[in-house]
Design a protein around this ligand. Structure first.
Ligand SMILES: CC(C)(COP(=O)(O)OP(=O)(O)OC[C@H]1O[C@@H](n2cnc3c(N)ncnc32)[C@H](O)[C@@H]1OP(=O)(O)O)[C@@H](O)C(=O)NCCC(=O)NCCS
Length: 195
C-alpha cells in the first residue's frame, strides 16, 4: 500500500482534510487547550505549543509508517483550521480502523463532522479498503453519540469501567459501521488528491 494513500487531500463542499503542518501549531493549541473540547478525551487539555509540535510530529510519523490518517480539517472559505479527524488503530489484515474527531468550539453544530466524517469514512472504505470503522466514546458524550449516529454508526455495546483518568472511572460505548451498512451512501463523490 503506497505511502501517498496516507497523505491525501480530501475536499468536500465546505472543508478540506489534509495533513497538519507545523504552522498549524498555535491554532491547534487554541482548540485542544479548551477544557470543553477535551472534556471526554482520555488525555488532559494541552498546555503548551510543545504539545502541538509533538502531536504534529507523531501524526506525520504514524502516517509515514502507514498506521493511521490524522488530518486537519480546514474551512474552504477562509483556510481556518477547524479541528482534526482521524482513522487510527488501523488493522490491515482485518480491514478495520477506529475513527475520532475534535473541532474547536466555534465550529460545533454546523454539520462539519457530518461532512468531514463521511468523506473520511468513504476514503477509508474506498481507498484503504476498510470493511469496518469503529468508534469508542464516553457514553455521556451526547454530541459525539449524535454525530456518530448521524454518520450511520450503530451502537454495538458498552464496555464497563474501561478507563480511570485522574481517579475518575468511566465506561466506553462502542460504535461500528460496516462498508455494507449503507450502500447508498457509498456513491457520495469526494475529491481526493495527494499532498
Ligand atoms: C463531537 C463533535 C466533533 C461534533 O461535531 P459537530 O460538527 O458539532 O457535529 P455536527 O454539527 O456535524 O452534528 C452532527 C449531528 O449531531 C447533532 N449534535 C451535535 N452536537 C450535539 C449536541 N451537543 N446535542 C445534541 N445533538 C448534537 C447535530 O444536531 C447533528 O445532527 P442533525 O444534523 O440531525 O442536526 C464536536 O462536538 C466536538 O469536537 N466535541 C469535542 C471533542 C469530542 O468530544 N470528540 C469526540 C471524541 S472522539
Amino acid at each position: 500500500m503506497s505511502k501517498e494513500l496516507f497523505f491525501p487531500v480530501i475536499e468536500t463542499e465546505r472543508l478540506t482534510l489534509k495533513a497538519l503542518v507545523i504552522g498549524d501549531s498555535d491554532d491547534l493549541l487554541e482548540i485542544f487547550s479548551d477544557p470543553e473540547v477535551m472534556r471526554y478525551w482520555n488525555t488532559a487539555p494541552w498546555s503548551t505549543v510543545q504539545d502541538s509540535f509533538d502531536f504534529i510530529k507523531e501524526s506525520n510519523d504514524s502516517m509515514q509508517r502507514r498506521e493511521s490518517l490524522i488530518l486537519g480539517v480546514y474551512l474552504n472559505s477562509t483556510g481556518e483550521l477547524a479541528g482534526k479527524c482521524m482513522l487510527f488503530n488501523y488493522d490491515k489484515e482485518s480491514k478495520r480502523a477506529e475513527i475520532g474527531f475534535g473541532l474547536g468550539r466555534s465550529c460545533w453544530g454546523k454539520g462539519y463532522i457530518s461532512e468531514a466524517g463521511e468523506a473520511l469514512i468513504q476514503y477509508g472504505f474506498k481507498s484503504l479498503g476498510l470493511r469496518r470503522i469503529e468508534a469508542e466514546i464516553d457514553p455521556d458524550n451526547q454530541s459525539s453519540a449524535m454525530a456518530l449516529e448521524k454518520l450511520g454508526f450503530s451502537r454495538e455495546g458498552l464496555l464497563r469501567q474501561r478507563w480511570e483518568i485522574n481517579g475518575i472511572v468511566s465506561d466506553s460505548a462502542m460504535y461500528g459501521r460496516l462498508v455494507s451498512d449503507h450502500p447508498e451512501r457509498n456513491n457520495q463523490v469526494i475529491y481526493t488528491t495527494n499532498a
